[in-house]
Design a protein around this ligand. Structure first.
Ligand code: ZN
Length: 287
């Protein structure tokens, strides 16, 4: 049996099953302080009949360098109590099993890449547009880490001509992608979520433009075949279609592989992250 955690800032999704595509039990708990939350997660997982490895897809930033003494830590998050939390080490010790660990979005990208069954070629990106904006990247079947992990939410897009007065909400950058197009940025500008705005409100085109710029950047910089878009804001009716159309317009027929590029919703729906975490558990078992 494999165990998995999709660790988010507001909730932890837990699951257990014999394979990533066979979830037999799942459970959701509220994220509180690390001691309470991790103990509750470990208790549920221990009750699932012999979990032999654990996979964690976590909110970040996290340490992914295997040579670092802080591998498996959530590092400098502003979330109270969670900075410098040894999430992988604590849970691995509590359950006595090997742990696979990555970002929540890298886990989701891994699962979507597998679900694409080869149609995404060697490279796929997963973007989540929600309370924040995060991006995961799989190239050659492996999640990309580099010296840390991608922070695609913090690239700077070109400003939309109808959106020049808003300074953005990212505490570090102001008008980076997350500062302009995350759920809190939408509320800060227009007082409502994107799905609550009327269909003819310019906000839809503005947000689609910013996310489309990120998609184009991913196609042009790392030559992914698909950008999969999940997260709460992406549930807005028509948004992903708008982003896909705007991405094609921005490319203007230039990229040689352009006809194979796709901007799509997750094939796995809301299960991409937890399925990817189970894949991390499976890999940890084989390591
Ligand atoms: Zn930023």
């Amino acid at each position: 049996m494999l165990g998995a955690i999709e660790a988010g800032g507001t909730k932890f999704v837990l699951a257990a099953g014999p394979a990533p595509d066979r979830i037999l039990a799942r459970h959701t708990i509220r994220t509180r302080d690390p001691g309470t939350t991790l103990a509750e997660a470990a208790e549920w997982l221990a009750a699932q009949g012999g979990v032999s490895a654990l996979g964690i897809g976590s909110f970040g930033p996290v340490e992914l360098d295997r040579l670092s003494p802080k591998w498996g830590f959530i590092t400098n998050t502003p979330k109270p109590g969670w900075a410098d939390c040894d999430i992988a080490g604590w849970l691995g010790q509590a359950l006595g099993v090997p742990v696979g660990f990555d970002t929540d979005v890298n886990a989701a990208a891994l699962a979507e890449h597998a679900a694409a069954g080869g149609t995404a070629g060697g490279a796929l990106a997963y973007l989540t547009i929600g309370t924040g904006i995060g991006g995961g990247l799989v190239i050659g079947g492996q999640p990309v880490h580099g010296i840390a992990h991608p922070e695609i939410g913090h690239i700077y897009p070109r400003r939309h001509p109808l959106d020049t007065d808003f300074s953005g909400v990212c505490p570090a950058h102001g008008d980076c992608l997350e500062g302009l197009a995350s759920g809190p940025a939408i509320i800060a500008r227009w007082g409502k979520s994107l799905s609550e705005l009327p269909a003819d409100h310019p906000g839809h085109a503005i947000i689609a433009d910013y996310v489309a710029q990120a998609c184009h950047t991913l196609f042009a910089s790392v030559a992914v075949e698909e950008v999969v878009i999940g997260g709460g804001v992406a549930q807005t009716p028509g948004l992903v279609e708008r982003i896909a159309a705007r991405t094609r317009a921005l490319d203007n027929g230039y990229l040689p592989s352009g006809t194979r590029h796709a901007v799509i919703r997750p094939r796995l729906g809301g299960d991409a992250g937890i399925t990817g975490a189970l894949m991390l558990a499976e890999a940890a078992l084989k390591a």
